[in-house]
Design a protein around this ligand. Structure first.
Ligand code: AMP
Length: 298
């Protein structure tokens, strides 16, 4: 794929491919200083917390990142090859972009997030990472490593949701109150479990990816983002265009292997209440704002 034109069956726009649309500011407080936290403990950044027990290689933060190298890389890896920049030198990027990296993977924040937390997992294996996901995940051993790492990132996204929205969540408040009443000797089995944040995280791969390097989307299902601007943005994450990682390897006779299934042109259906907005994107966007406010308080 070398064209910068976006095809009808692609989830992103030409402006996103060529980075001609401005990206939103990095996640609030670099994922770390929000006062919205469910517990009385100091608010912490779930992503940087993960890095703590792993002193080698050093966590990618502003102390270790190299802004000039990062911008050179961004210029060198253009358009559909843009994700290659993070694979080439993840250390060059700040933690507001690269969440973590290890021998096998680089985890990043999506540049144009379509949900309140939207990350991408990029496998580093050069044997696999320029293949179409259908082909790359025919390799069962490789698929198994991607599943393990995706679970790790999924847990981080869930922790980040709790950090951002926990203080307003009814289930978290119930738990906090029960904990406060029971005191330090509280019996965990008797306490309300709190909110299942993992259930709010989706993991999948677009049937027809736009970016050349293999990537797994790991994101919160709220669809709350200023970057969500088109029907195809929404439908690419809320129709079978998004293939759950659990579905791989995809059987040879699976209809999803047919590239032109029209998933992106489907009616717009609210992920939360199921209301059909047909092709009225603006109405869906307004509705999603209300759903988001309610979803946060669950
Ligand atoms: P897709 O290829 O359809 O799975 O989507 C590619 C994803 O990559 C989209 O969610 C884009 O917002 C995201 N994206 C595009 N360019 C970049 C970039 N340079 N850095 C980070 N994310 C990007």
């Amino acid at each position: 794929m070398s064209s910068t034109e976006s095809e009808p069956e692609e989830a992103i726009t030409k402006e996103e491919i060529t980075q001609q649309v401005s990206a939103p500011p990095p996640p609030p407080g670099k994922m770390g200083s929000s006062s919205q936290t469910a517990t009385a403990t100091k608010p912490r950044n779930a992503f940087t917390e993960l890095m703590k027990p792993k002193p080698h290689p050093p966590p990618p933060d502003s102390k270790h990142s190299h802004p000039s190298t990062a911008s050179k890389l961004t210029r060198a890896f253009k358009d559909r090859d843009g994700l290659g920049a993070y694979l080439a030198d993840p250390k060059a990027f700040p933690s507001s972009r690269v969440i973590y990296h290890n021998e096998g993977f680089v985890a990043i924040h999506d540049l144009y997030p379509k949900a309140s937390v939207h990350t991408l997992l990029l496998p580093r294996s050069t044997k696999h990472n320029r293949l179409h996901p259908f082909d790359a995940f025919e390799d069962i051993e490789f698929l198994a490593t991607v599943r393990v790492e995706t679970d790790r990132l999924k847990n981080l996204v869930a922790k980040e949701l709790k950090r951002r929205f926990g203080s307003g969540s009814r289930k978290e408040i119930e738990r906090e109150q029960a904990l406060a009443t029971a005191g330090e000797d509280s019996d965990e089995t008797q306490l309300p479990p709190g909110r299942d944040w993992l259930a709010e995280v989706k993991v999948g791969i677009h049937l027809h990816p736009s970016m050349s390097h293999l990537h797994v989307h790991v994101f919160s299902r709220d669809m709350h983002s200023p970057c969500l601007k088109h029907r195809k943005h929404y439908n690419s994450f809320n129709t079978p265009f998004l293939v759950d990682l659990a579905d791989f390897p995809i059987p040879k006779d699976d209809p999803r292997r047919h590239p032109r299934l029209g998933y992106l042109d489907r009616d717009l259906v609210c992920w939360r209440c199921g209301k059909n907005f047909t092709n009225k994107f603006k109405a869906l966007k307004e509705h999603l704002e209300k759903e988001f406010e309610e979803w946060k308080t669950e």
